[in-house]
Design a protein around this ligand. Structure first.
Ligand code: CMX
Length: 439
């Protein structure tokens, strides 16, 4: 067993004892009342999950084990000469609950390089899809094809003791994280670069090697990937990709099955796919205006047109956040430092000045501020990654860090099969009339 796995086991045993104690002594404590509107409207605000890796504050944004994004950018180990956090460090933090040392990050980089082999049948499964298929479809197909490698599924089929679930889930999660950049890069090069592939460089860090396999050797792009892979990794447990991975995992589906399910949720336009929609929306606006940079008035007109067509403004709004997303701010700071004169970036900033007052004036949008997806595309375009249908795959590779660390915790804490109660509208009508009661 590697030392990080051993450390995780110690932490998990400690927390397991505390959770058992909490449930035994306070299990009947009511957390909150649930309203009828919450049940119909996406369960907003209902506390129904435990996720150890991160916690979201509506105003401050995400904290990973208590650390905000600016704190991570300051405290996390970096590559020599680099300024952005290494995602390996964030994974360690989410899994173990402590800031990593340089050696921990190096150990994870090495482990992931060693575990990164992808069998040929995975590439063959992706190749079976037409090149026109969406990259997210290819991505989940690739992950599903890789499920043949699950040690959890094999051990379960042979008859596994529940005490060992966490151990196999840990190994599967480590293997899957190690292999995802290879699968994602394969999809990118197949679809957009004439099927010419680039072999991994085992001496690079996880995100640096991903950039290399995509075909981007610019150090600025590698730094962007380190930041990108860090800030997209986790957003507590209730978002669609994290919740789906957790839900499917609760049936003891292995890491591959659970993660693929989560990725199908990430591929929805109200969630991760919004990152492609943002850049598409900006490019379409530019095209409609005949090219060049739009004025604030032209952006305002385009936003109103979007709304009048019954569409959402992509990259704005959030189910929980009520202020500008610190993940947006981190990308804005990166842009100010590295590419402040970029035309598309300047448009993103002008959109940021224009959209919130308009959404606010509608009176119904709970959060008029930008989310993580409002900025990322412009950064990628700057470095030449213009194929925006691929953007959600990048989000997905990063999201693996959070949802798979959580899945390890789910199995280590022995979480139950998830199965909330549902009712019919007929039941609701009878409930309102006082004829039936909630269980
Ligand atoms: N543009 C236009 N209308 C918006 C809006 C936006 N950006 N954000 C919210 N609204 C609308 C909703 O569609 C809803 O309208 P109806 O009452 O007519 O159905 C109303 O405002 C209230 O919605 P809300 O409570 O403020 O927001 P929700 O929690 O229901 O939804 C979200 C949150 C993210 C789906 C929504 O803000 C949205 O559609 N944003 C655009 C898509 C996007 O950027 N998604 C990415 C989110 C981050 C991520 O997961 O990656």
């Amino acid at each position: 067993m590697g030392y990080i796995k051993e450390k995780f086991k110690v932490k998990a045993d400690e927390l397991n004892a505390e959770v058992k104690d909490l449930v035994k002594n306070h299990g009947d404590m009511k957390i909150e009342d649930v309203t009828l509107a919450q049940v119909y409207q996406g369960m907003r605000g209902i506390t129904g999950l435990v996720t150890e890796t991160s916690l979201l504050d509506a105003n401050e944004g995400i904290r990973f084990r208590g650390y905000s994004i600016p704190e991570l950018r300051e405290k996390m180990p970096k590559v020599k000469g680099g300024a952005e956090p290494l995602p390996e460090g964030l994974f360690y933090l989410m899994l173990i609950g402590e800031l990593p040392e340089e050696a921990d990050v190096q150990h994870l980089s090495n482990q992931w390089a060693r575990r990164s082999h992808v069998p040929n049948h995975v590439f063959a499964a992706i190749d079976a899809l037409p090149v026109s298929a969406h990259p997210m479809t290819m991505f989940t197909v690739g992950v599903m094809a890789l499920q043949t490698e699950s040690t959890f599924a094999k051990a379960y089929a042979e008859g596994m003791n529940k005490k060992d679930y966490w151990s196999y889930m840990y190994d599967d999660s480590m293997d899957l994280i190690a292999r995802l950049p290879r699968i994602a890069a394969y999809i990118y090069r197949r679809k957009y670069k004439n099927n010419v592939h680039i072999q991994p460089n085992g001496l690079l860090d996880w995100a640096g090697n991903f950039a290399h396999m995509l075909g981007y050797e610019d150090e600025g792009f590698k730094e962007l990937m380190r930041l990108y892979m860090t800030i997209h990794a986790d957003h507590e447990g209730g978002n669609v990709s994290a919740h789906t991975t957790h839900l499917v995992g609760s049936a003891l589906s292995d890491a591959y099955l659970s993660f693929a399910a989560g990725m199908n949720g990430l591929a929805g336009p109200l969630h991760g796919l919004a990152n492609q929609e943002v850049i598409k929306w900006i490019l379409e606006m530019r095209e409609e205006l005949g090219g060049g940079s739009p004025t604030k008035q032209q952006i305002e007109d385009y936003v109103r047109k979007t709304l009048s067509e019954g569409k959402v403004v992509p990259g704005y709004g959030h189910a929980v956040l009520r202020k500008t997303d610190p993940r947006f701010t981190a990308q804005m700071e990166f842009a100010k430092k590295h590419l402040a004169d970029d035309e598309l970036v300047k448009i993103v900033w002008l959109v940021y000045e224009t959209v919130p007052p308009i959404l606010e004036s509608l009176g119904k949008v709970k959060n008029p501020w930008p989310n993580v997806d409002a900025h990322s595309g412009a950064l990628l375009v700057h470095y030449g990654l213009v194929e925006y249908e691929f953007y959600t795959v990048l989000f997905g590779v990063s999201r693996a860090l959070g949802v798979l660390a959580s899945l390890c915790w789910d199995r280590a804490l022995g979480f139950s099969l998830e199965r909330p109660k549902s009712v019919t509208t007929e039941w609701m009508k009878q409930f309102v009339a006082g004829k039936v009661e909630a269980e």
